[in-house]
Write a protein that binds this ligand. Sequence first.
Ligand SMILES: C[S@@+](CC[C@H](N)C(=O)[O-])C[C@H]1O[C@@H](n2cnc3c(N)ncnc32)[C@H](O)[C@@H]1O
Length: 245
Amino acid sequence: MPLLPKPHVSLYASDKAQYIQALFSQIAPRYDGINRVLSLGRDLAWRRRAAAQCALQPGRQVLDVATGTGDLAFSLACHVAPHGQVIGLDLNAEMLAIARKKAGKRDPYRVCRFIQGDALQLPFPDHAFHAVTIGFALRNVTDISTCLAQMYRVLKPDGRMVCLELARPEKRVWRQLHAVYLRLIIPGIGRLGHGVAAPYQYLANSLTDFPGRKQLVQLMLGVGFKQVHYVNLLGGVATIHVGIA
Ligand SMILES: C[S@@+](CC[C@H](N)C(=O)[O-])C[C@H]1O[C@@H](n2cnc3c(N)ncnc32)[C@H](O)[C@@H]1O
């Protein structure tokens, strides 16, 4: 298995995009399993909670940006099936192949369609979707504001944008424990589950550069979202931000 280069402290946007794609191609086959372990079994419940925040009804059209192996798209499918549609978009062919395989022809997942595309240039007309989501991925795009602006653009008026993302706890003791978890435990589990620590080291480091929850509120307001708010999950190790177009 080719080793990824160690992530630089600050990568140029094009280098970061290439690095991220090599990283997800490499970890795709074990992404789901390692997610379960790293989130202490909570990630699927968090995605269900994020999907519920979209306030969807059957028949609605939803876009899941940077869908990866599709788990958030599958949670959304449960709300819009049987006549709605969920489009899961991602740049990475290996992650999408796993999403398609998991969906198969099963209900309600058959309402999901997985396509390759860029979150920074969404290939959809304005106002196409009732809701747009992004799960554990805003931290991986090279330009957060452009991604948010694209999500805003493709939402119908009053449609909902929901962002599920890892975060750092607000309380001091939790924050210190969390720092140990990020620095030691995540790369360790990555090494055990995958044989290499570098991809998981990058994922842990990427949290350090990511805007805090209040900064993300400001970025969302900046591209036009209204009524922006967030909820903390598990003491603040993850957050769900919601905004209305
Ligand atoms: C940590 S995974 C999250 C996957 C999924 N949303 C989930 O809930 O598990 C991040 C995903 O973002 C995708 N990604 C990163 N930059 C992207 C971009 N510019 N456009 C589309 N997908 C992108 C990666 O290919 C990867 O599948």
